[in-house]
Design a protein around this ligand. Sequence first.
Ligand code: HPA
Length: 241
Amino acid sequence: MDFALIGGTGIENLALDDRTEETVETPYGFVPLAEGFIGGIGMVFLKRHGAKHTYPPHLINYRANIWALKKIGVKKILSTGAVGSLSEAYRIGDIVLPDQFLDFTKSRAATFFEDGEQGVLHVDVSEPYCPDVRNHIIEGAARSGLNVKNGGVYVCTEGPRFETPAEINMFRMLGGHLVGMTGVPEVVLARELGMCYATMALVTNQAAGIKKDPLTHAEVIATMDLLSKTVAALVESTCKI
Ligand code: HPA
């Protein structure tokens, strides 16, 4: 199947018609996938944090996930990810299609090209998020009367802790708009394997320090619950294009 959705926190129960499950073997480990249909269109669904949401952002097997999708023939990937907002322009409940990222991850395997066999690859990420998939989402949103913001700089942190207000200040000064923990290296690995990748950043909270009270995972989940139906509708209208 051409199209896959990688579901992040809160988007882990996508309703697929004629759902089948399979486990794909990769050089990096086994990956459970679901296949099925949305609005009559076949697609693959992968839970980023594992079948039981057991992998925190820094321990997700990003390489296995992307390799598995490539292995079964996926060409286009849409993903979701919860984010905090650093900017007045992005509000809780917004769905944003980032067009750039800043990488503040620290300990993740970030390339397939490191054991010498395939040589060294310096992949181009001038345009990290595929304009094709992003345009599909925008068209899908317009058709269904849903609101999506196009463009924004996604800052990826290592997690699993939230950020300090000083870090958030720094990210703002560097031009960041949204902060999450899972977007990198996923986007880069997809590019390395020649797959078209875009992400829907789902704004669940104001980032640390902007919001005056401490951040909790519970508020992230609560907003995701509210957003999950909209995301499903967006995926369906995107699939139909
Ligand atoms: N920071 C990092 N990751 C997140 C946040 C945040 O504020 N909200 C949801 N995921």
